[in-house]
Design a protein around this ligand. Structure first.
Ligand code: GAP
Length: 437
């Protein structure tokens, strides 16, 4: 169990998962680049989410634009309400967010950097990034980078419902980038300025809100444990009145026990008809639903599930990270779910000699038809195992000189380091069974 993020941050950089953004220029706060393994891991997690959410009869997918009409953010309440109260220290000039200080139970009346009580009054700072569309930098061309993906779904409610002939209840899911000019930084990819969200809006009849809320809460919890998050590292936190966002009637966080404590991982929100009604008001377009059977017209209510992909990646890496002592040496490995691991099988010929390489190439080529394979011939076998352990590769296939004679290879298991000798011909069957179980 990790008690701070440093060993994980270092592993991620060392092994090609996550690098600091713009590093050669000194970095850019709260922006991160996913390396080759991180990018693959992210795609695997996204695929699992997409499958769980949209490979069902009542939910469809969407991919809406990041840039949207400015009125979208007026309607959603983000222009007026999406802000943090900022305070400046008049002595050391440090700027900090009052709410975040209160959250961490520090004294909000003194500067967290120098302790001075000589502070400015709090001023609201909007968290949306602004940019301009077109060539003229004037008010009319102002656009925001979206701070959540949800609004792209609301403005397309009628397009999706009518084109897909959906009856209520139905949901619309999407994965996409969101941007927030966060003030409180740190904790690796937990809070980023550019991040990805995986959100789903479920449109329902107002009378059925409680039952759908409970259903999605349980579904989402199950999804997280299926990916490998331990039950004991997850808990539910219901927002009290003061915590509720402006749009929410009820909100429950699924919290994960990160090394820095219990923190929000995913939110399930009962948004009522707030968003559709607001968009009706500002656009002048009707956003209601007509129930043909009941001859009833109404503005649907919404149950939302919203998770940050980067935060999910962090929780999966934290819970997979293991350290143990093996023959007085430290072994680090990532016990990732075999379907999520960026590399699923490493093919390791013991020597670079031609014959072994030819056999290794053959094995890699046929296993690659089904799984993500890395073939590695460089360095001692011990170092190569260590690298695959740290990457989280569930299996290594080692090819030695005996393999040329007996047509067998050694399969090594990441978590137990157990080794077994198997016929090359049986490898495909063997890995198929391993991944099904
Ligand atoms: N549409 C509702 C919404 O955006 P939120 O609680 O502001 O609600 C939802 O965000 C999820 O997005 C959070 O639970 C978190 O996982 C993720 N998230 C929010 N801000 C983030 C940030 N700055 N960096 C990484 N993830 C973030």
């Amino acid at each position: 169990m990790l008690n701070n993020l440093n060993p994980l941050v270092s592993l991620c950089k060392r092994r090609g998962y996550i690098f600091p953004g713009s590093e050669i220029y000194g970095g850019l706060g709260a922006c991160w680049d996913y390396g080759p393994l991180g990018a693959q891991f992210k795609i695997n997690v996204k695929e699992h989410w997409w499958k769980a959410m949209t490979h069902r009869q009542d939910v469809v997918g969407l991919d809406s634009a990041i840039l949207m009409h400015t009125n979208v953010w007026k309607a959603s309440g983000h222009v007026d309400g999406f802000s943090d109260p900022l305070v400046d220290c008049k002595d050391c000039r440090f700027r900090f967010c009052l709410d975040k200080e209160k959250e961490t139970k520090k004294d909000p009346g003194s500067c967290p950097q120098c302790g001075s009580k000589n502070l400015t009054k709090p001023r609201d700072f909007n968290l949306m990034f602004k940019t301009h569309a077109g060539s003229v930098e004037e008010e009319a061309s102002l656009v925001y980078l979206r701070p959540e993906t949800a609004q792209g779904i609301y403005v397309n409610f009628l397009n999706v419902q009518s084109s897909m002939r959906k009856k209520i209840p139905f949901g619309v899911a999407q994965i996409g980038k969101a941007f927030r000019n966060e003030i409180t930084l740190g904790n690796f990819i937990f809070r980023c300025r550019e991040f990805e969200q995986m959100e789903m809006q479920y449109f329902i009849h107002p009378k059925q809100a409680d039952q759908h809320f409970e259903y999605w809460l349980q579904e989402r919890k199950k999804f997280l444990t299926d990916l490998g998050l331990p039950e004991k590292s997850l808990r539910i936190h219901e927002h009290d009145k003061e915590e509720l966002a402006h749009y929410a009637r009820k909100a429950v966080d699924l919290e994960f026990l990160f090394p820095m404590g219990w923190k929000e991982l995913e939110g399930i929100h009962h948004r009522g008809d707030f968003d559709l009604k607001q968009h009706q008001k500002l656009s002048g377009k009707k956003l209601s639903y007509f129930d043909v059977e009941k001859q009833d017209t109404y503005v649907p209510w919404v149950i939302e599930t919203s998770i940050g992909l980067d935060r999910l990646i962090l929780s999966l890496l934290c819970s997979a990270y293991k350290e143990e002592k093996v023959k007085n040496e430290q072994r680090i490995f990532l016990a990732l779910h075999p379907q999520l691991a960026p590399i699923q099988v490493a093919v390791l010929p013991l020597s670079k000699k031609d014959q072994l390489n030819t056999l290794a190439n053959k094995i890699s080529t046929f296993l690659r038809k089904k799984w993500r394979i890395e073939q590695d011939e460089t360095g001692s076998i011990g170092k190569r195992y260590r690298r695959q352990d740290e990457i989280g590769t569930p299996f290594c296939v080692t090819i030695d000189f005996d393999s040329l004679e007996d047509k067998k290879v050694t399969v090594r298991h990441r978590d137990t380091m157990k080794q077994e000798r198997l016929d090359i011909e049986l490898l495909e069957r063997y890995f198929t069974d391993q991944y099904i179980n």
